[in-house]
Design a binder for this molecule. Structure first.
Ligand code: ZN
Ligand code: ZN
Length: 761
């Protein structure tokens, strides 16, 4: 048994730090190993070693029970990322561990087997100093003068190294197995000690692997503007800066990504291509596969089978594996990125890059920027409508913006017109959900055998079901919202908690049957459009209709083959489905998105409308987008019509600056939840007082969010504004201290506190 050592272990429980355990197992402790540790009275938890400590803790530490891995399952860089995430996003290291550990790594305590990499790679060692440094060998043996067994192990290495092939100026690799063969006295512990001293270095070496890409690359040819953008992105002058690739829909950002990826591949580096939605993974994989070879392109997302995930994880852990292009959703950032050469975050403005529930509430784009800077590798954030934060960073010189102005496809930006719904209502000229102008345009479009989109950003049939006799509205029993009626399955559904209910036969209040619907959802629009245009073939695209894995691919094929005349859709149309070439888009009602009580409302509305506009138009014909609204002169709509992103950004930034919102301040939202309203109010008020005392200002609230109760829990929000620039670590620590202090306040312990740094909604 080796002498006792100590290790810090992160465990998946809500505590702020790692725990120190004693290590007296036969194998050597190393950061990244999964271990079983006792926790509390009689729990056993699977944790990960983050540090090996030389000194004993001040308390008597419990023993690590068992080590699961033969070699670390996580790399040091991943462990560093967990710490950065837990510090920045004010969560527990265990939350980051939970997010990073895929299902196939979650073993049970009674599963006794040891986990070994399945790869055919061989763990090997070599003398760390270059060969020309001939004195290094002497120095090494001198330092080992009092460690006889380690000196013997090193000697054995040099004996075996004589038979191996050296590479240029380095000493050759020797397999660990050869050094610790039956007939030798060398123990793995001695070799690990030599690695720890920096005398030997250890790697998983391949048996044989070809890195040669040959001429298998079929890269798309670049237009002059794409080639210019590529050159700018790769220029040495701004090497250290994150890049923003700003290019309209159809400007051909993907081709530029593929060229960048090819250059990383040629250097033997992996590439991470991030997309905001799982539905976008197959399309990008297909395009990347065509250009770079299908075998080199691999997906990563939560719907992947365990076996596939494990295969990729092990491939990336292998230091000599052939380079891969990984097309991933946000969790791809958590992979063991040993030899990463490039990160691309496509559609960087998309909110789905931010994890909402559970913690860590991290923004994958921002973590990606951090990772790229740690690794000193290029990162490209691509978008047709960059987020205000990213735009501002570029304006400040923190990022480099590269413009891809010309539309690669040669398609012009569509004509955008606002149509007043007030006027139509006053003149009684509404035709179903449409103004006369929109109806006529739709009629014309279908007569011309062209495709149209009706955009309605609300799913279901009708948001409100009401009794015409007594005015009863069916609310959700657990949330402060009315239930949305879904006519397809005759259900009332809560869009906040997912509660499903059958439509009652009679009104619960007056026992009459006199239901009426108020408001419009996609189902109802679909029904009305069907009635208005009985000949048209209609497709509804929302999160209800696209739930199946294949739906998106099917939809796209139907669209391309012209089997669909008209699409009724929510924002899924812009996010998951890469539609293009429509002749007409009608936005049924822009007002809800323009008037949302959220400082990001205008930014979101602008992005969404520009995205919808980008779905229209072909090379030979300009598209048309009609926006129905009560406020046709709205500044956002004007800038959408003018396709004026810089103007929009300027307007939003000046507002944000005036009211001290991001990117001119950092926001932290503290949400408190409890079954009883007076409890959550009381605790929120107390916390606000404490925070005011601790920070001296910059606290907004507490107040109830627009939907105050969700899933039976009342909510209160407190907002903390932190200055940008300068370290806010100390402030964040004080915040956490005050939150943790709630334990001592009456009822404080029973209130759930959710901290969200840089919240996006
Ligand atoms: Zn009634
Ligand atoms: Zn509900």
């Amino acid at each position: 048994m080796s002498a006792t050592r100590w290790v810090d272990v992160v465990v998946p429980v809500p505590v702020r730090t790692a725990f120190t355990y004693a290590w007296s197992l036969d194998c050597e402790p190393e950061p990244g190993l999964r271990v079983f540790v006792p926790f509390g009275r009689n729990r056993v938890l699977l944790g990960v070693v983050v540090t090996v400590c030389a000194d004993a803790p001040e308390y008597s530490a419990k023993e690590v029970l068992r080590c699961v891995d033969e070699h670390p399952s996580f790399q040091r860089q991943q462990l560093a990322m967990w710490y950065w995430i837990s510090e920045y996003y004010m969560c527990n290291p265990g939350d980051a561990l939970n997010a990073a550990m895929p299902g196939f790594m979650q073993v049970e305590p009674d599963d006794e087997s040891t986990y070994t990499l399945r790869d055919e790679g061989v763990w090997s060692l070599r003398f760390a100093s270059p060969r020309h440094d001939s004195d290094a060998v002497n120095r090494a043996f001198t330092t080992l003068s009092r460690a006889k067994l380690q000196a013997e192990a090193l000697l054995r290495y040099f004996q075996l190294a004589l038979e191996a092939e050296p590479e240029d100026n380095r000493h050759p690799w020797v397999a660990v197995a050869a050094l610790t063969a039956e007939d030798s006295d060398i123990k793995p512990a001695h070799l690990s000690a030599l690695v720890e001293r920096g005398i030997l270095e250890r790697e998983l070496r391949p048996l044989d692997r070809s890195m040669d890409l040959g001429d298998s690359l079929l890269l798309p040819e670049l237009s002059p503007s794409q080639a210019a953008a590529l050159q700018e992105l790769e220029a040495e002058k701004h090497e250290a800066l994150p890049k923003v690739l700003w290019g309209a829909t159809g400007s051909g950002k993907t081709e530029v990504y593929l060229h960048l990826a090819a250059h990383a591949l040629e250097e033997g580096k992996h590439v991470l291509l991030m997309v905001p939605e799982i539905g976008l993974v197959p399309q990008l994989m297909q395009r990347a596969g065509r250009a770079l070879g299908p075998d080199r392109v691999v997906p990563w997302h939560h719907q992947l089978a365990d076996g596939e995930r494990r295969a990729l994880w092990e491939h990336l852990l292998d230091p000599d594996s052939a380079p891969r292009i990984v097309v991933a959703t946000r969790s791809g950032i958590m992979l063991p990125w040993h030899r990463l050469g490039l990160i691309v975050v496509d559609e960087e403005h998309e909110t789905s890059y931010k994890q909402q529930e559970p913690a860590p509430r991290y923004h994958a784009r921002d973590v990606a920027v951090w990772l790229a800077q740690q690794k000193k590798i290029p990162i490209v954030l691509g978008s047709a409508t960059p987020s205000v934060e990213t735009w501002h960073n570029a304006a400040q010189g923190k990022y480099l913006r590269v413009d891809l102005s010309e539309r690669y496809s040669g398609v012009a930006y569509p004509e955008v017109r606002s149509v007043s719904t007030l006027k139509a209502q006053a003149l009684n000229q509404q035709i179903g959900p449409f103004t006369q102008e929109a109806f006529a345009a739709l009629q014309q479009c279908l007569a011309d055998k062209r495709q149209a989109l009706v955009f309605q950003n609300r799913r279901g049939y009708a948001p409100v079901l009401t009794c015409t006799n007594c005015g009863w509205i069916e609310p959700c029993s657990d949330c402060d919202v009315s239930l949305t009626y879904h006519k397809n399955n005759r259900k009332l559904v809560c869009h906040y908690c997912g509660l499903h209910k059958d439509l009652p036969d009679t009104c619960p209040q007056c026992r009459q049957t006199a239901w009426d619907w108020r408001g419009l959802g996609t189902e109802r629009i679909e029904e009305e459009v069907e009635a208005l245009f009985p000949e048209a073939r209609i497709l509804r695209v929302d999160s209800d209709s696209t739930r199946s894995k294949r739906a998106m691919t099917d939809f796209l094929q139907w669209m391309e083959s012209g089997e669909i005349d008209l699409v009724v859709g929510t924002q899924m149309v812009g996010k998951g489905l890469d539609l293009a070439g429509l002749a007409l888009a009608i936005v049924t009602n822009a007002d809800p998105m323009l008037s949302r009580p959220d400082f990001r409302a205008h930014e979101r509305a602008f992005q969404l409308l520009l995205q919808v506009a980008g779905r229209t138009g072909r090379r030979d014909r300009r598209g048309l987008m009609l926006v129905q609204t009560a406020t046709p002169g709205h500044p956002v709509l004007q800038r959408v019509a003018d396709h004026d992103l810089p103007g929009m950004m300027e307007l939003i930034l000046s507002d944000r600056k005036e009211y001290h919102y991001p990117p001119f301040a950092r926001m932290v939202r503290i949400e408190l939840r409890h079954r009883r309203e007076f409890v959550v109010r009381d605790v929120a008020n107390y916390l606000a007082q404490q925070l005011l005392g601790a920070l001296g200002g910059g606290i907004l609230g507490p107040d109830a969010p627009p939907v105050a109760r969700v899933q039976g829990l009342y909510r209160q929000h407190l907002w903390v504004k932190l200055p940008v620039g300068g370290s806010v670590k100390a402030t964040k620590r004080r915040l956490l201290k005050e939150i943790d202090g709630l334990t001592f306040y009456p009822q404080g312990r029973s209130v759930r506190v959710v901290v969200d740094v840089d919240p996006i909604n």
